[in-house]
Design a protein around this ligand. Structure first.
Ligand code: UDX
Length: 433
């Protein structure tokens, strides 16, 4: 099938590449000339495991092309994905200006039937708005479909190629059939394509992300309480998670959730509720608890240094909001670093992928290390903010040798408490004493 993807951000790029992988002819449109040139030369502009291999393969096979021209894109595809940014407005709601501006252009330009697919996470009612904006100028038939994505950064290729479900919000039989044909190769395993109305599809995405953020936040509160009463959150988690109604996943406590989706989507649903005079009390709490959770280790580090962090050198492992990504949006490490810098601490940081993105924000306020062990040189203590695999089985004797004080503050519960203590460390983690 002939597919156009407008917007080559994270979602657009993964969508375009994976749709090309199943034999579709895909044209990706982006206004950023430099980015389009980079991609034409076979370079993926983001870090995402396995994407580069698929990317190169499909460019070589001539199934994946890039252009800055929306006209060219619309000439090509029968299905047009909108994978455009919906940033957070000042008031927390989703800013639809990119989606609606492109939709208006589409209305003016299309000459033959198209299915316009909202792939971005958008508030309930957006498909209706997109439809109205296109209809203002369209001289041919078209349908608008909502098709939220559930990709996780770091696993996006796998999630796209083997989705647990595909949600399609559509009120047109013709569009639904085209979408089902497009996605059929991805659900051969029997996973469902769930067809519903557009509004329910739009809400499904917000509900799923907000539920997951709530699940994590609930565990973070249980972890904080464990510390008060001397319980071990690892044991509580295992005891709870084996109940299939609860499930084992997304029960890992830590220094809060971050990233480009959860924080933005939870706030957007909260705001959308307010617009309808509905107060999502549970989401208000999730937002508040997560904000506090991001710096939950800060007072503990301060206590450790008896309130005086001035000039204290602290090593930090992990800056990305989670492993296997260079994304630092809403990363807990940022809140921790801002808090520590404010108290006068000196920070030497290491992350396998995220240093360039952190440098853009922090510049020379931080010292950047080339390796996890180099970050420890001259540091008093170690703070871990992201659970990258390479941090999981470190050489503890080397850490001990480098640090002035053998102390680890672990925001991601990477190690067995007894093991680390046996190695001679003071070990402060989340929900375990
Ligand atoms: C999420 C959703 O999982 C995905 O379906 C949606 O399309 C986009 O948002 P992503 O933001 O890539 O994906 O990351 P995810 O792996 O879900 O983690 C989100 C945050 O939650 C991270 O900060 C992570 O550290 C945190 N998390 C996750 C926990 O703190 N504990 C857990 O048990 C799981």
């Amino acid at each position: 099938m002939k597919i156009t993807v407008v917007g080559t951000g994270y979602v657009g790029l993964v969508t375009g590449t994976c749709l090309a992988e199943t034999g579709n002819e895909v044209v990706c449109v982006d206004i950023d000339k430099e980015k389009v040139n980079t991609m034409r030369n076979g370079n993926v502009p983001i870090y995402e495991p396995h994407l580069d291999v698929l990317f190169e393969r499909n460019i070589e096979a001539n199934r994946l092309k890039f252009t800055t021209s929306l006209d060219e894109g619309l000439e090509h595809g029968e299905i047009v994905f909108l994978a455009l940014p919906t940033p957070e407005d000042e008031d927390g709601s989703a800013d639809l200006s990119y989606v609606l501006n492109v939709s208006s252009e589409i209305g003016k330009k299309i000459k033959t039937y198209k299915v316009i697919v909202d792939k971005s996470t958008v508030p309930v009612g957006t498909a209706e708005k997109v439809k109205a904006v296109i209809a203002e100028n369209a001289s041919c038939d078209f349908d608008v479909v909502s098709n939220p994505e559930f990709l996780r950064e770091g696993f996006a290729v796998d999630d796209f190629l083997k989705p647990e479900r595909i949600v399609i919000g559509s009120s047109s039989e013709k569009a639904t059939q085209l979408m089902q044909k497009l996605y059929a190769p991805f659900v051969r395993s029997g996973n469902p394509i769930i067809v519903m109305d557009e509004k329910s599809a739009e809400l499904t995405k917000y509900a799923a992300n907000s539920f997951l953020a709530t699940k994590i936040t609930f565990m973070n509160e249980i972890a904080n309480y464990c510390e008060k009463v001397g319980a071990d959150v690892d044991k509580v988690r295992a005891g709870m998670g084996t109940d299939s109604r609860i499930g084992k996943r997304f029960l890992f406590p830590g220094i809060g959730y971050g990233g480009s989706c959860f924080p933005k989507d939870v706030k957007a649903l909260q705001k959308a509720g307010k617009n309808e005079n509905y107060d999502f009390k549970i989401l208000n709490s999730v937002i508040e608890v997560n904000k506090n959770q991001k710096t939950i280790l800060l007072p503990k580090i301060e206590d450790y240094f008896k309130g005086d962090l001035q000039g204290k050198q602290i090593a930090i492992w992990g800056l990305a909001f989670k492993p296997e990504t260079d994304d630092v949006r809403e990363a807990p490490a940022i809140d921790m670093m801002n808090g520590l810098l404010k108290k006068g601490a000196k920070l030497t940081v290491f992350d396998p992928e995220a240093i360039p993105n952190i440098k853009k924000q922090f510049g020379d306020k931080l010292n950047y290390a080339d390796s996890m062990y180099q970050a420890l040189e001259g540091a008093e203590v170690l703070l871990i903010c992201t659970e990258w695999s390479i941090f999981r089985t470190p050489d503890f004797s080397r850490i001990k040798k480098e640090l002035k004080n053998p102390t680890i503050f672990d925001g991601r519960n990477l190690y067995n408490v007894d093991d680390v203590k046996k190695e001679g460390f003071k070990y402060v983690s989340i929900g375990r004493n």
